[in-house]
Write a protein that binds this ligand. Structure first.
Ligand code: FPP
Length: 253
């Protein structure tokens, strides 16, 4: 099912009462947005950062606590070097330009993914953004950068296995909670909802462990056009869903 805003910019569209705690977003469609406008793909990514800023602001305004965005996947290395370089430059610019404001807005930044293959200055900037905001509590922004869900699970498995080998953990203690506690996202709750823009209907290796019971909301809008009305529409769709977590619906028993 797709969620589309009833009318973009409708000030009467109120935020639903039962808000999700954690939203994950697959920000898809930057390239198509640019191509449609006869612009280079990098401009689509630039507008994508603007849409990210709007979404963080809307999330704060609506009272969300956790937002995780898929900014660069381990599979994105397959793109031309020029596009990968443009995405890295946008991350640099985003941290340099927005960090001070995010810090003052009590936003805590977390980064998920591997540092392997990333330029050193990007690693340093990511570390800086995390440490500068580590005391913040009002809003949690997770940036999945050089991130792949299966690779994250493999890294968690290695961390847990090392603890078993070193006698810190018994085999019996190696359960689902132990894996969750060793994921990059261990300090975030599982996402209640994952939004994907750009007309594709898949997770593309995003939060694959954590999304076991997430509601999936697919939206036709291309990411650079995403804004508060779309976020509200996705929240409305979420609040209309019945989450049973494998049980029965109320009234069925
Ligand atoms: C998918 O669109 C989007 C990406 C691969 C990158 C998303 C990145 C941003 C929105 C900006 C960078 C983020 C930060 C935190 C600075 P696509 O290029 O696959 O679009 P297409 O499917 O239309 O080609």
């Amino acid at each position: 099912m797709s969620a589309q805003p009833a009318s973009t910019g409708d000030p009467k569209l109120a935020a639903p009462a039962d808000l999700p705690t954690h939203i994950g977003v697959i920000m898809d469609g930057n390239g198509r947005w640019a191509t449609r406008s006869g612009l280079p793909r990098s401009v689509g990514h630039e507008r994508g950062v603007d849409a990210l800023r709007k979404t963080v602001t809307a999330g704060q305004k609506l009272g969300l606590s956790y937002l995780t965005v898929y900014s660069f996947s381990t599979e994105n290395w397959r793109r031309p070097a020029s596009e990968v370089g443009a995405l890295f430059s946008l991350l640099r610019a985003f941290i340099k330009k927005d960090l001070k404001r995010l810090k003052s807005e009590d936003v805590r930044i977390s980064v998920f993914g591997t540092r392997s293959g990333l330029p050193q200055d990007i690693c340093d900037l990511l570390d800086y953004a995390v440490s500068e905001t580590s005391e913040n509590t009002r809003f949690n922004l997770g940036i999945a950068f050089n991130y792949g869900g299966r690779e994250e699970i493999a890294r968690a498995a290695r961390r847990v296995a090392r603890k078993v080998m070193e006698g810190e953990l018994s085999l019996e203690e190696l359960d689902q909670d132990a894996i969750s506690a060793h994921l990059d996202t261990s300090e975030f709750p599982d996402p209640d909802v994952i939004i994907r823009t750009g007309q594709e209907h898949r997770l593309s290796n995003f939060l694959v462990w954590q999304s076991a019971y997430s509601e999936l909301v697919f939206m036709d809008v291309l990411w650079p056009d995403f804004g508060e009305p779309h976020l509200k529409a996705a929240l409305e769709t979420f609040s209309a869903r019945e989450r049973r977590f494998g049980g029965l619906s109320s009234g069925a028993a």
